[in-house]
Design a protein around this ligand. Structure first.
Ligand code: ATR
Length: 264
């Protein structure tokens, strides 16, 4: 019988993760099956237990359960601790990790060809998505990270946890310049954009939206400003590859999978 894994979240119906992991399994010859579990909002722990009891080997975790997954893990990696959120569970050793940050870094470096060392980064948003990537950006050697968020207190709380990271109000960004602007807000899902001052995107070399599968107002604004723009599909594929590696000990090639998804 195949080893079973799944993505647990709510909602999960439109996730591309099963297709990505099926490609990884095929390409690496691993006998795995990857499904979807839509848990009730108050039923995360129960759904995880049920999957584990039925023989499941591990899970990817998505909204809104990443913080809850963090709280139930016995063994956490440093990067999961920094994010206070877990997106990968491995049952055999009660292990939890967060592969979102490394997913973003690999997409930026390997697929988009961006050098991060010494760069000035602006992260928009201070929720779970932002928390998952700030530590990884610092580790990748960026010079500085600023965090802007609609609710200033959340940006300040996140910034306070890292040296060389500062919180900054959206209105205070008019005089600033950044090499890369990462949109880690969920604004795009509601077809909205974070309130960036005019001119900010023009001064950047890359605008990156962690949302995938839709053309967000943030990406449209970047293109209108003549700035290179990327959605988060590469990050999705890369975080999946890192999870696959944690489960199977084999690193799948990501470029063919990303190209296939982009072509579809
Ligand atoms: P996630 O785990 O996806 O980060 P979250 O924790 O609910 O989800 O955080 C959503 C983030 O998107 C927050 O930073 C939120 O700003 P607030 O903290 O002020 O709520 C941000 N966000 C959502 N919609 C937004 C919008 N229309 N404009 C700007 N920021 C928005």
């Amino acid at each position: 019988m195949s080893d079973r894994y799944a993505l647990i979240g709510n909602p999960v119906a439109h996730s591309k993760s099963p297709a990505i992991h099926a490609e990884f399994a095929r390409a690496t010859g691993q006998d795995v099956e990857y499904g979807l579990i839509e848990a009730r909002l108050d039923g995360f722990a129960e759904a995880v237990e049920q999957f584990r009891r039925s023989g499941g080997k591990g899970l990817n975790v998505t909204l809104p359960f990443k913080e809850e997954a963090f709280r139930v893990c016995l063994h956490l990696t440093e990067r999961a601790r920094a994010a206070r959120a877990v997106n990968t569970l491995r049952f055999e050793d009660e292990f939890g990790d967060n592969t979102d940050g490394i997913g973003l870094i690999r997409d930026l470096q390997q697929h988009l060809g961006v050098a991060l060392k010494g760069k000035a980064l602006l992260v928009l948003g201070a929720g779970g998505a932002a928390r998952g990537v700030v530590g990884a950006l610092l580790e990748a050697g960026v010079a500085r990270v600023s965090i802007a968020n609609r609710t200033a207190a959340r940006a300040e709380a996140l910034a306070a946890r890292f040296p060389a990271v500062r919180a900054c109000a959206y209105e205070a960004l008019h005089a600033e310049a950044f090499d890369i602007v990462v949109n880690a807000t969920s604004a795009g899902l509601a077809d909205e954009a974070p309130p960036l001052p005019a001119g900010l995107l023009e001064r950047a070399a890359l605008a990156y939206d962690m949302v995938y599968g839709r053309d967000t107002p943030f990406l449209r604004a970047a293109r209108a400003a003549g700035v290179r723009a990327s959605d988060g599909l590469g990050m999705l594929v890369e975080q999946a590859a890192e999870s696959f590696f944690l489960w199977r000990g084999v690193r799948p090639a990501t470029r063919p999978v990303l190209e296939k998804l982009r072509g579809a």
